[in-house]
Design a protein around this ligand. Sequence first.
Ligand SMILES: *Cc1c(COP(=O)(O)O)cnc(C)c1O
Length: 378
Amino acid sequence: MEFRDLKKQYQVLKTKIDAGIADVLASARFISGPQVKELEQRLADYVGVKHCITCANGTDAITLGLMAWNIGEGDAIFVPDFTFFSSGECPAYEGATPIYVDVERESFNMDPDKLEAAIRKLLAEGKYVPKAVISVDLFGRPADYSRIRAICDKYGLYLMEDAAQGFGGSIDGHMACSFGDISTTSFFPAKPLGCYGDGGAIFTDNDEWAALIRSLTVHGKNGNDKYDNIRIGMNSRLDTLQAAILLPKLDAFEKYEVADVNAVAAKYNRLLENSCLELPIIPEGVVSSWAQYTVILPEGVDRVALQTKMKEAGIPTMVYYAKPMHLQGAFSGTDSAAADCPVTEYLCGHVLSLPIHPYMEGSDIELVCRKLLEYINV
Ligand SMILES: *Cc1c(COP(=O)(O)O)cnc(C)c1O
């Protein structure tokens, strides 16, 4: 059994993906070919925002957004403590100080009450200027944007939605990647919408930031002239090959993959309800894109031993994430390390992610649940 079965997806979409790759090879327009523009338009339409700018990966997407806001030394950026490293790495890379905020046990996402408390504490201390919130849609579930947006407005902070895991999710029909002033995603192969290498995208309704980010992705070019460089930028573009691979994958994603992966999650929920596990909760009106199906194990379960037994039964499992951001070695000795995040610390010790993808067979879901409950109860 695969944790996320990309081979199976390729078998289903092979004819279209192979044809798309062949077109790019024949045209030899490997950089900024017409497929890139087409994809950007399709992604912007799908999300319902004015601008989509593709780039080299989801980490660059966050960095490019922060560059557009001129984030740097002395600025504080609020980031959930329970996330992939990039969410906090990018503000630190720009010289700013990530301030880690604890998450809610029920949603795995940034706790709005704790966000507001962290902002007030920072303002009282006066050492840094609060500038932005990077909110993460962890495991595919969009964060609580009505509350986070209200807090950002109250304190005059920019809101960035890191939807690397959230693309395809929604709240009351509003799509993930539309909730931030700038939103970002990743097309890393195992993300909800993945390409066959690295890729990413930035979304915004703001014309000025869109133009600025477009320039920053190509060495700070002046308009369309990449040899007239008016600012310090990066080289961060999505390859034409990856755009050609993503176009048919986006078709499948829209037509059935998001629905199918939700059916897999629903079956997990049914088979695991009334067990000793805490299951992921998706509120009414919210759609998850199920980047992960993550359960919380009860006290006293030896997670390492459990994973070993599952592996012996042919079932891969993963721990996302084993270490809170504020305890990562890269932040030791900095003000980012001084976070108070007991929920994150608890989750890091107790979460377990199970195999999930749109092509997962019902019999495999049943096997995972049977083995998991059997091994937990011994
Ligand atoms: C994967 C991920 C990223 C980074 O995306 P890459 O394309 O791997 O650079 C950023 N944030 C979160 C929450 C992620 O899961």
